[in-house]
Structure formats: C-alpha cells, structure tokens
Design a protein around this ligand. Sequence first.
Ligand SMILES: [Zn+2]
Ligand SMILES: [Zn+2]
Length: 123
Amino acid sequence: MNWSEFFGFGKQCRHDKVPIDSDIHYCPECGELIENQWYITRCSCCGLKHITVIKKGEIMPESDFCQNCGSKDYLVERIDKIDCININYAVLIKRVIDQNIKEYTQSWENTTQTTNCKQKLLK
Ligand SMILES: [Zn+2]
Ligand SMILES: [Zn+2]
C-alpha cells in the first residue's frame, strides 16, 4: 500500500456518495461495505469537547491546546450516534468493512451445527 492509497486519493474510491446519516451502507460507486465512524476529541484535563480534524492521518483537535484550561492532552472518543450538536465537532471516517465478516457468519453457523449435534447426542 502506498501513501496515496492510504489517504484515499488516486484511483481508489473515496466513498463520497455514502450517505453520512446511516451507520453502514454499501458504496454506490465501488460496492464496498462502508461504516461511518464518527470521532471527537476531548480535553483529557477538563473534558471540553474540541473541534476535531484529521492531520497526517491522525485524529486530533483543531487547536493545539484546550481553550478552557490550556492543556495539550486530549482523548479521542468514538461516537455511536451522531447528533446535531456533535456533528459540529466530530470528524467522519469512512471505514471499509472487511469482507472477512462473512467468515464470522460461517463460523457461527458451524457452532449452531455443533450445538444441534450435541442436542441429538443428549436425546
Ligand atoms: Zn466507494
Ligand atoms: Zn481543558
């Protein structure tokens, strides 16, 4: 993987058509399953929410220090459900869901089979 691929430039799809109001959605352009992940940063000292940006591929506050207490330490927090307040602070990452998830379903089915098998043995 080269850097332009990592940042989603070049030929790779940027999944711009994925609606941001749904958690998981197939990209209409490339067909990948995309999960919208929202992140905010907070001051780790006073807990103040920061406006969050992505710099050099890292989630971080827009300003270098907390405007409330002056601390430079921050925490990155994932938000399950975006709302009209947090959307002003949050940053959105469109993450491609690994197709290997299908294999989890497979192993779950196998487990069920095993359970059925055990039930048969018990009878
Ligand atoms: Zn796409
Ligand atoms: Zn603070």
